[in-house]
Write a protein of this length. Structure first.
Ligand SMILES: Cc1cc2nc3c(=O)[nH]c(=O)nc-3n(C[C@H](O)[C@H](O)[C@H](O)COP(=O)(O)OP(=O)(O)OC[C@H]3O[C@@H](n4cnc5c(N)ncnc54)[C@H](O)[C@@H]3O)c2cc1C
Length: 400
């Protein structure tokens, strides 16, 4: 294991998909002495638990543009990093079972056209063709983008990290950053139990655990953890090449992972209602502790939903299940960029369920801001931390 150096040009805190992507782009841009510090193992946070979906079908323009930029990178991931993340461009298929749901699927079509992303509405017959055997007679219709798909987040973490190290970055695992070191209006490094590391720049990429860390530099960042779950069942070899399927109204999703199927689902309230996201921010932004349990009420709901949607799932036996934390913000969008009042301090965190798919764009753009003064490939000023203090709300919140 690499020993903790005492100085670095840039410290990246957090070795999830966002931190390793940023370390890769820093090293790739020729930045010397980049150090990534991860308190556990690389990919051990939320990145270990995601569904790996990659989609363009968002309601906000910046999200769509981040997807276009990211997907171009995901397609060439092997060429850029020498790693592989099992990207399969099989599309995302949204299903609506009500006329209201169908209307909301139609709403962003002009946005997709403006961004050059081919998205089309589907009839029940077209839906049934895409996923053979799937029940479609209860549906009002669907929406599909063939450029969407899914990959493997942990393979991607490994690929980015290995490429960053090959380009000269150092990675230290098993060391927690206890505090940011701030002197007046600038950050000068980080503090760990193994000593301080001085650095000209610090990027905080600590996902759901960002708020307590930035608080050590008196910076309030409204990010908190919200547990969501995934279940795996199978094998279902005949469904191994299907799109990611998402029921808009219920929030039930499924995708193949090899011959298995992975199911994602909303939370259920005590009266059985569907809860896709939290009602609002907590009073204290402490950072979640430990791994959340999978609520017992979810398995019967998933079994029933899956059996309704596809006869192949008539008797689903759940082989594995786990929960981990969405990194929420008040508008379900991340904080990416500099912290205005602390020179040298940057944040890339709070992706609320889409941090994997947008990691390449996030890494590239936050590194542009760090090295060039501002991001030039896309304007990311709407993702600035300042939006929460000015009250400006550039995004319509949306959690799938
Ligand atoms: C159920 C579920 C399904 C999802 N499905 C998808 C999907 O289909 N597509 C998609 O794009 N996204 C999905 N996501 C979201 C995605 O997984 C996350 O947005 C993404 O992994 C966040 O990456 P990250 O690097 O910001 O955070 P993390 O992966 O959590 O990484 C943060 C890292 O920081 C480390 N850390 C924290 N504090 C410190 C400290 N003080 N010192 C040192 N290290 C520290 C942690 O150990 C951790 O490794 C899903 C999430 C969940 C929960």
């Amino acid at each position: 294991m690499t020993e903790l150096p005492r100085t670095a040009s840039t410290v990246v805190v957090g070795g999830g998909i966002v931190g390793v992507a940023a370390a890769y782009f820093l090293a790739d841009r020729g930045e010397q002495d980049v150090l990534l510090i991860e308190r556990d193992r690389l990919g051990s946070g939320t990145s270990a638990g995601g569904l790996g979906g990659i989609r363009h079908q968002f309601a906000n323009e910046l999200d769509v543009r981040l997807s276009v930029l990211s997907t171009a990178f995901w397609r060439e991931f092997d060429a850029f990093t020498g790693g592989s993340h099992a990207f399969e461009e099989r599309g995302y298929l949204f299903l609506a079972d009500s006329e209201g749901g169908l209307a909301s699927l139609r709403e962003p079509l002009s946005l997709y056209e403006r961004c050059g992303v081919p998205v089309r509405m589907l009839s029940r017959i077209e839906i049934a063709d895409l996923v053979p055997g799937m029940r479609a007679d209860d549906l009002a219709g669907g929406r599909f983008c063939a450029l969407d798909g899914y990959g493997d987040p942990l393979d991607a973490v490994a690929g980015f990290a290995a490429a960053a190290v090959l380009e000269g970055a150092r990675v230290v695992e098993g060391v927690e950053v206890a505090a940011l070191v701030r002197e007046g209006d600038r950050v000068t490094g980080v503090r760990t139990r193994d000593g301080d590391v001085s650095a000209g720049r610090v990027l905080v990429a600590t996902g759901a655990w960002t708020a307590p860390l930035t608080a050590t530099a008196s910076v309030h960042v409204p990010i908190w953890g919200y547990a969501r779950s995934i279940m795996e069942a199978g094998p279902y070899p005949s469904l191994s090449r299907t799109p990611m399927v998402i029921e808009l109204e219920s929030g039930f999703h499924f995708r193949p992972k090899g011959a298995m199927q992975r199911f994602a689902m909303p939370n259920l309230s005590t009266d059985g209602g569907i809860e896709k996201g939290p009602a609002g921010p907590p009073e204290v932004f402490g950072g979640p502790v430990g791994r959340p349990a999978v609520p017992a009420s979810l398995e019967p709901w998933v079994r029933a939903r899956a059996a309704w949607r596809h006869p192949a799932f008539a008797d689903v036996r759940i082989a594995r299940s786990w929960s981990c934390y969405y990194e929420m913000t008040p508008d379900d969008h991340p904080v990416v960029g500099r912290v205005p009042e602390v020179e040298g301090l940057y944040i890339a965190a709070g992706f609320s369920g889409h941090g994997f798919m947008h990691a390449p764009a996030t890494g590239q753009l936050v590194v542009e801001e760090m090295l060039d003064g501002s991001a030039s490939t896309l304007d990311i000023s709407d993702l600035s931390l300042e939006r929460f203090s000015t009250g400006r709300r550039p995004f319509a919140p949306a959690v799938l």
